[in-house]
Design a protein around this ligand. Structure first.
Ligand SMILES: *Cc1c(COP(=O)(O)O)cnc(C)c1O
Length: 407
């Protein structure tokens, strides 16, 4: 096999996982490892949850998959209704795909064709510094340049890069009529280094997009479903984007599914007698019924288990315990939002390849905790079902390891 983000020549052999229970991953040789990254940010209710397992099994007995062009099915309808009820206001049209990158691709294509369908030529996107939007070509173009995108740089379309509201206003003043959309990760930039933004940025951006008539795309692939303390990160600033991208925790980490939700205004621009105005985009597994059924069950569980309260509890634990780490010489910054706790370390080399990240990854694994630092940025992002005892144990271990580094 060929594993993702893995230098196969030097990487240690992968760890075989036999089963998952709650926040624990159980290895083939009987170790239990606490899943401190929510299995790449997707898991929220814990592994192998009986309620989700039952929903999946029930759906598998009815219909596993069908084409979604010209056909529809109850799991897709039910999930769309549930999503529209909780999404930021105005996002009423649900377009399904099958992962975060394709949710972003669909959003970019929707925004781009929207203007063409209206008879306008708008050929440029604006995105932020440190952005990460996925690994397919459009998503890579929107992402900030990095080691991940470098080999493909000459193939990526040009995107105007902004670091703040002033940059965006300047770009709009110069050329708003050429800009199709601005794409952002609201409140929290994930893979770019777990960077937290102020809600004022988001509300200011919404105001600028309204003033200059530019579309706003919110990539909530990571931030959706409670991760930042609100159901959707846009709620921190009480704004609605024109398009939102969802994936990751959408199915509670069970199956790949993507959603690109748009406003009626955008949807309406594709309605026409002219078939060329159709949104010609789709994937074989669009709206997979198994994935839709689990996603619906996950939303049900989210309510039943009062997940927003659990996230607030995790947040209070982080807020109580993490800032104390700033006293250590090796700690540069502590950042907390929702159920994400971030400790940025002092490092000789910045960025993804900082050695300290790899060393910490191995050290925490030895202690049976899966934490996968982004270079010198250590973060703890557990499934919401984590217990107080388990949080305390991980925070104790983090404190001990970092104190050890301090010497
Ligand atoms: C992970 C991520 C993506 C890509 O999702 P995949 O399912 O991994 O393709 C896009 N945007 C953001 C903000 C992400 O965190």
């Amino acid at each position: 096999m060929w594993h993702p983000y893995t230098q196969e020549k030097t990487a240690p052999p992968p760890i075989g996982i036999a089963r998952g229970r709650g926040v624990w991953l159980e290895t083939e040789d009987g170790r239990r490892i606490l899943d401190g990254t929510s299995s790449w940010w997707v898991n929220i209710h814990g592994h192998a949850h009986p309620f989700l397992n039952a929903a999946l099994a029930k759906q598998a007995g009815e219909l596993e998959h069908t084409i979604f062009a010209g056909f529809t099915h109850e799991p897709a309808v039910e999930l769309a209704e549930k999503l529209v009820a909780i999404l930021p206001e105005g996002l009423t049209r649900i377009f399904y795909s099958d992962n975060g990158s394709t949710a972003v691709e669909a959003a970019l294509k929707m925004a781009y064709q929207f203007w063409q369908n209206l008879g306008e030529e708008r050929k440029t996107f604006v995105a932020l510094t440190n952005a990460y939007h996925g690994d397919t070509f459009g998503a890579m173009a929107a992402s900030d340049a990095s080691a991940f995108t470098k080999p493909f740089a000459s193939l990526l379309f040009e995107v105007l890069r902004a670091a703040n509201l002033e940059d965006i206003e300047r770009i709009f003043l110069e050329s708003s009529k050429e800009i199709a959309a601005v794409i952002v990760e609201p409140m929290l930039q994930g893979a770019g280094g777990m960077i937290i933004w102020k809600p004022e940025f988001l509300s200011g951006l919404r105001a600028l997009c309204d003033r200059f008539d530019v579309l706003l795309i919110a990539d909530e692939v990571l931030t959706g479903f409670g991760r930042t303390g609100k159901m959707f990160a846009c709620e921190h600033a009480a704004v609605s984007p024109d398009i939102i991208c969802l994936s990751k925790a959408l199915t509670a980490g069970y199956l790949p599914l993507g959603v690109t939700a748009a406003t009626e205004k955008i949807y309406a621009a594709f309605l026409s007698e002219d078939r060329l105005k159709t949104f010609f985009h789709g994937h074989s597994f669009t709206a997979n019924p198994l994935a839709c059924a689990v996603a619906s069950a996950s939303l049900e569980l989210f309510k039943r288990e009062n997940c927003l309260e659990k996230i607030a509890f995790i947040n209070r634990k982080f807020t109580t315990r993490l800032p104390g780490l700033l006293e250590l010489n090796c700690v540069k910054d502590v950042r907390i939002i929702g159920a994400v706790g971030v400790v940025e370390l002092v490092s000789e080399t910045d960025g993804y390849f900082a050695n300290i990240g790899q060393n910490l990854y191995q050290e925490f694994l030895r202690r049976n905790i899966l934490l996968r630092p982004l270079g010198s940025v250590l973060y703890f992002m557990p499934p919401y079902v984590i217990s107080e005892q388990e949080i305390d144990w991980v925070l104790d271990e983090i404190t001990e390891v970092l104190t050890g580094i301090d010497g």
